[in-house]
Design a protein around this ligand. Sequence first.
Ligand SMILES: *Cc1c(COP(=O)(O)O)cnc(C)c1O
Length: 400
Amino acid sequence: MSKKPNRAGRHFLQIPGPTPVPSRIERAMVRPIMDHRSQEFSDFSLRLLEELKVLFKTKHPVIMFPASGTGAWEAALTNTLSAGDKIVMFETGQFSMLWQVMAKRLGLNVEYIESDWRIGVDSSAIAERLKADKAHEIKAVAIVHNETATGCCSPVAEVRKALDDTGHPALLLVDTISSLACVDYQHDAWGVDVTVCGSQKGMMLPPGLSFTAVSPKALEVSKSAKLPKAFFSWDDMLGPNEKGFYPYTPAITLMYGLEEALKMLHEEGLDNVFARHAKLAAGVRAAVDAWGLENQCRDGKYYSNAVTSIRMPDGHSADAFRKLVLENFNMSLGAGLSKVADKVFRIGHLGDTNELTIIGALGGVEMGLDLAGVPHRAGGVDAAMAEFKKYAQVEQAKAA
Ligand SMILES: *Cc1c(COP(=O)(O)O)cnc(C)c1O
């Protein structure tokens, strides 16, 4: 199809990240660059590093690298582990797979617990491995909190409990790239040692910043970790950070955006942010049920409040469907990745979004299903509206 002329209205970027950047954040970034060695910068950056802790629910340092989330993955591994160390990972989907490939490339001995890309981390499978490891050869358990490829969310506190129940000293590393600021996450209370995040999903920022929250235990272990690290060395960062500085030029413009994003999240209140994501996810799932389509996440225990991955009926191409929706309704839906390529499409419902953006997105999907001749029942949008009305009634009753 030839390129469409400029279109009225906005493009619906309904993928699970990067997510739309609110205009408040865009405007906050249109500011002159400041001197990154100045007192003004130091004050600004110290404030930011403090406020970031609130988001991770930690009292300990959060390290910020100018990198996509993948950079923080690498920092988490290279700062805590040594060549040949054994680590346990769980196959939730594409992102656990990529992190696991990285761990192997770095020279770690990865025990990858296989699964079918339709659930989150099964904490009992992790518990079994830990129990069997009497010699404590396992140095870390690394899991993805919200598997963006499948729309499955993992019970991090259960994995912590598995470590505690067996008295196992392994570190707990968690990827929250598509869950932080979408669903509740408690770095300290859940005893997580390293939490990894990126800017472009729930945090509503452009891509380019990555975050690593670090426990005192992880910091201690990092002193003897021998994997090579240079750019991603925590040590090089933490010293200058104490005074609000960086060992190299920080991503100042993105930091302006981060300041505004944190302001927005705190104005709404984190609990309200989580409740909003839960509501929008419930609406999307109501639509999927009404259409008679299947959620890629096969167990309700693991439903993600950030993204829903929907299986295409056999014989129908998810990619052709997404193309049709893009060309006709100017909406981008998330693609199926590797194992589920062309088999699922994903609706992102995270970040700067509300009931009506979701109704719009679901309307585009429902029209697309019709036009593509995908077998389904009508009424998905109605089901989502009914869900949102229920929430509105509860909220009204509370306010009265
Ligand atoms: C997006 C994503 C990543 C990769 O992050 P990049 O910023 O693309 O490097 C890793 N893990 C999860 C769960 C993600 O959603």
